[in-house]
Design a protein around this ligand. Structure first.
Ligand SMILES: [Fe+2]
Ligand SMILES: [Fe+2]
Length: 202
């Protein structure tokens, strides 16, 4: 699988240098934050049930945990290094592109805008991606402090994925979504995100 190979290469290349590792953690933290913000926007008050509440609170916690990990690691040397707008832009545009693609797919079902369905489908794509990203990061993480946090996040992401899979299995749109071109689109978009991140570091 193309993403897996280049993702592994990306990790081994960028975790070896403190500053790029720091910025990678901050970028991940920002991705978690954007994911949280998009979910809040997509969900109506009446849709906030126990699972949604857990999902939301977990994602903003992941964002904080990764930010804190970045700032406390490397002997606090990069504490004052801000996440530059270019990193923010590459994280936001990854999410925006996935969002737009899912919105279009849902619109083509012919039942108008369905923000809750979009929330479920975008989350499903992102959780699948998270379950590639975090376990491999965990495997290559240099120290136990990193592994400890990543282990917590992986546990949560697995739970989110289970909840979404259970939920989606009951929806008639699920089967068509599973075989939709959004999956290869996301894969290619993630590759682009990694490329953009490299460019930001250059
Ligand atoms: Fe997360
Ligand atoms: Fe998640």
């Amino acid at each position: 699988m193309a993403t897996r190979i280049s993702w592994n290469r990306f990790l081994s290349e960028y975790l070896n240098t403190e500053l790029s590792h720091y910025l990678w953690l901050r970028a991940l933290s920002y991705l978690e934050y954007v994911g949280y913000r998009k979910m809040v926007k997509a969900l109506q008050y009446q849709e906030v049930n126990r699972e949604v509440y857990h999902h939301l609170s977990d994602e903003i916690r992941h964002s904080y945990l990764l930010k804190e990990l970045a700032e406390k690691s490397f002997e606090g040397r990069y504490f004052h290094v801000p996440l530059e707008p270019s990193f923010i832009h590459c994280a936001e545009s990854y999410f925006q592109d996935i969002d737009r693609e899912v919105d279009l797919w849902v619109e083509n079902l012919g039942q108008g805008e369905r923000p809750y369905l979009c929330y479920l489908l975008v989350s499903y794509l992102i959780e699948k991606r998270a379950m590639v990203v975090y376990p491999q990061y965990y495997a290559q993480a240099p120290e136990n402090t990193f592994k400890l946090i990543l282990q917590k996040i992986i546990k949560d992401e697995r739970e989110h994925l289970n909840y979404l899979e259970e939920h989606l299995a009951k929806l008639p749109e699920s089967k068509a979504f599973q075989s939709s071109p959004i999956w290869p689109f996301e894969e290619a978009r993630f590759e682009t995100f990694l490329g953009d991140f490299k460019q930001c570091l250059a």
